[in-house]
Design a protein around this ligand. Structure first.
Ligand code: ADP
Ligand code: MG
Length: 694
């Protein structure tokens, strides 16, 4: 039976229910999934040597005959050894297998096998330990470049390689060629079928290189097409003109004098809004630089032109906080502010939705709930997305689509400093205002790096600050909240349970005299909310949490941030966490606790004790850890990439972007019949986002 891309892996020989389930954990259900599951590296099993010629310590294949029956011995409980003597025309070696008793019967005396392993040489004796082996003449996994796949429990590399080998001949040619011929020829890219074959089982290293280049290009090209399609929806559209873009009436509303950076950013945005073209602006500013005031200025402007503003925050608590501070700020100027988080009572929700649809609310603050079907606007003119990296590009677009016929202005606020070279992909054609200045009078957070031995002193410090009426955060990274691609921790909390136990210990044993609360990511958002609100209201002295303390939350009375196992965070992430303190008039502190002995890790953490500048920290992070981290956690809201590395494949990315732009200039909606497979794949790629290409 010929296989197709839709063939279920369960129907293949050797895949039972259990294996099928294990495969599903890797996202593999069909032959098509398997073909797009790329190897993470390769083993060179092409080098065939005579036993006596094999260089010591190197991985080689040797072809040898089993000279005597394999001997099985049990050294002790749990340690079984099979020893085999194998010879070729000129030499002999001992092959040892640990805990693979089946080998005793798998290797037959007098038969010839290809062994792949490291040749160990001691004096004149030669040996291999736990080599891969296959009968000579029936080789599948030796004598060739062998793919090495990312694995999971219950799925061995040989299983995956075997399945791929089974599917490739029938299926590689069934994957539609999505690159137009002109693009393929123009950029000297290999054909699709060839590339899928050779990415898995390369005929040669050159063939592998050609295939990789093609598939990386393909992925970046699809990404670029998708982004360009998203963007093009706004091209050539008229922006609503907000007349009289004069902020003179706004500034007096603020309880403080704006910084020069706030003025500049707000004025740039105001100019956009008056230009007749839709604004597409990113405000990039460090935590605490006062981005909210800029959003308020824009909402105020929109309201003066009788246009509504929607401000989307990533979490309920942040939305509520914005709602409170923006109401206080703008209500005196006649701006009517509403809140939609999905957490409110049904009657309240209906009331706000009705008011919004009737144009009786000028500024609505909310979470993803703003995207839901029931939310309609009377006259949406401005969309503000706060802490943008938590939103997909598509979500921004989905909210903008609620403006109906018209194209609203878009303002995006982010505290994540992104290297300039990468900003283009992530933010597309957004104009950028950088806020490189903090409001005056801030006392910089004092940051310390301490070892486990200082724990008691640190607890004493918490108690002292609490006696002065201050509050403290204690953040513990729990493993399950981390990205799957990260390696297991060298120390510290293995799982959420461990953090829970620690929190309980802090509450009952360490600080029985203080009010200690605990939040973690697995809690219901309502319960989380309740704890956070209690903390914000000063009813909790010490808040223990996993990394869920929300971006941007403002508790000015919190003066201490303790971060456990600090070595497990990225520098930029630590800087964001640290930004939760130092928001009030009190001297604030950040204590990074680590038990790591790695000099490198400690040097990295010491960067934070030396500076409070988020951009400098991001650059340092980039220098020390490489660009992967910026993209390791889906912070950007872009579709997941399987083979390309946005930062590592910069050169190809530029080529792919140029090619995508050229193609879309010729066929703006990819409507031509020959571009149908391409459009379909772009849709598929963005399908995890919203349904946005219709
Ligand atoms: P961001 O969102 O950029 O992290 P916020 O807008 O939340 O920062 O502002 C942080 C804090 O600084 C808030 O308490 C805000 O009231 C205050 N703030 C903002 N701008 C100024 C300013 N120009 N002078 C004094 N305080 C300010
Ligand atoms: Mg903010």
């Amino acid at each position: 039976m010929a296989l197709t891309l839709e063939t279920g892996l369960r129907t293949l020989p050797g895949v039972g229910e259990v294996r099928a389930r294990s495969l599903a954990r890797l996202g593999l259900a069909t032959a098509g999934d398997l073909l797009r599951y790329f190897p993470r590296s390769y083993e060179d099993r092409t080098r065939l040597c005579a036993i006596s010629d094999a260089p010591a310590g190197e991985m080689v294949c040797v072809c040898a005959v089993v000279a005597e029956p394999p001997r099985l011995s049990r050294i002790r409980k749990g340690l079984e050894l099979v020893k085999v003597r194998a010879v070729d025309g000129r030499g002999a070696m001992t092959v040892t297998f640990f805990n693979q008793a089946y080998v005793k019967d798998a290797l037959r005396t007098g038969e010839s096998y290809v062994f792949y392993g490291k040749m160990e040489v001691q004096g004149r004796a030669r040996q291999m330990t736990n080599p891969a082996f296959e009968p000579e003449g029936r080789q599948r996994f030796t004598g060739r470049i062998m793919p090495v796949y990312p694995l999971t429990a219950g799925v061995s590399n040989n299983l995956l390689a075997g399945l791929v080998e089974r599917c490739l001949p029938d299926c590689a040619g069934l994957i539609p060629e999505v690159l137009p011929q002109t693009v393929r020829e123009g950029h000297k890219l290999a054909q699709s079928e060839f590339s899928y074959q050779n990415i898995h089982f390369p005929a040669s290293w050159e063939a592998l290189e050609l295939s990789r280049r093609r598939l990386i290009f393909e992925e970046l090209f699809l990404l670029s097409c998708g982004m360009a399609l998203l963007r093009s929806r706004r091209d050539g559209e008229q922006g609503v003109v907000c007349a009289g873009a004069d902020l003179a009436g706004f500034w007096p509303l603020l309880p403080f004098a704006p910084t020069a950076a706030q003025r500049r950013a707000a004025e740039e945005a105001a100019a956009d809004m008056a230009s007749g073209r839709p604004m597409n602006r990113l405000i990039q500013g460090d935590v605490g630089s006062g981005k909210t005031a800029v959003a308020a200025a824009c909402a105020w402007l929109a309201c003066r032109s009788s246009l509504q503003t929607a401000l989307m925050a990533p979490t309920e608590i942040l939305a509520e906080q914005h709602y409170k501070s923006l109401s206080a700020l703008l209500a005196p100027a006649g701006v009517r502010v509403g809140l939609i988080t999905g957490g409110e009572r049904a009657a309240e929700k209906r009331r706000v939705q009705a008011a919004l649809a009737a144009g009786e609310i000028d500024l609505v603050v909310g979470t993803h709930a703003l995207l839901s079907g029931g939310v309609e606007f009377h006259d949406l003119g401005l969309v503000v997305a706060d802490e943008q990296h938590r939103f997909g590009v598509a979500q921004r677009a989905a909210l903008a689509a609620k403006a109906g016929e018209r194209t609203p202005h878009i303002l995006v606020m982010s505290a994540t400093p992104i290297p300039r070279t990468l900003a283009l992909i992530i933010y597309g054609d957004l104009d950028v205002s950088v806020m490189d200045e903090l409001p005056p009078g801030r006392t910089p957070v004092k940051t310390y790096l301490v070892g486990e031995d200082k724990r008691q002193r640190m607890f004493g410090f918490v108690r002292r600050l609490a006696a002065e009426g201050r509050q403290a955060y204690i953040v513990c990274p729990a493993v399950e909240e981390r990205g799957a691609e990260e390696s297991p921790p060298e120390s510290g909390f293995a799982d959420l349970k461990a953090v829970t136990v620690y929190a309980e210990q802090l509450r009952t044993e360490v600080f029985p005299d203080l009010r200690v609360a605990f939040v973690h990511g697995k809690m219901k958002s309502r319960d989380k909310e309740a704890v956070m609100s209690a903390f914000a209201a000063g009813e909790v002295d010490v808040l223990v949490s996993t990394t869920v303390i929300e971006v941007g939350v403002d508790v000015p009375n919190a003066a201490l941030m303790i971060i456990e196992n600090a070595e497990r965070f990225g520098l930029s992430q630590l800087h964001q966490l640290r930004g939760r303190v130092g928001r009030g008039k009190h001297q604030s502190y950040c204590v990074l606790v680590t038990s790591t002995r790695s000099a490198e890790s400690r040097a990295r953490l010491r960067v934070l004790t030396g500076t409070n500048d988020g951009f400098q920290i991001a650059e340092e992070d980039l220098r020390l850890r490489g660009p992967g981290d910026f993209f390791g956690h889906r912070q950007h809201g872009l579709p997941q990439l399987h083979i390309a590395d946005l930062a590592g494949d910069m050169g190809l990315l530029k080529e792919a972007q140029a090619a995508a732009e050229e193609l879309l200039a010729a066929d703006p909606g990819l409507r031509a019949p020959e571009h149908r497979p391409l459009l379909e794949r772009v849709r598929e790629m963005f399908s995890a986002e919203a349904d946005i290409f219709n």
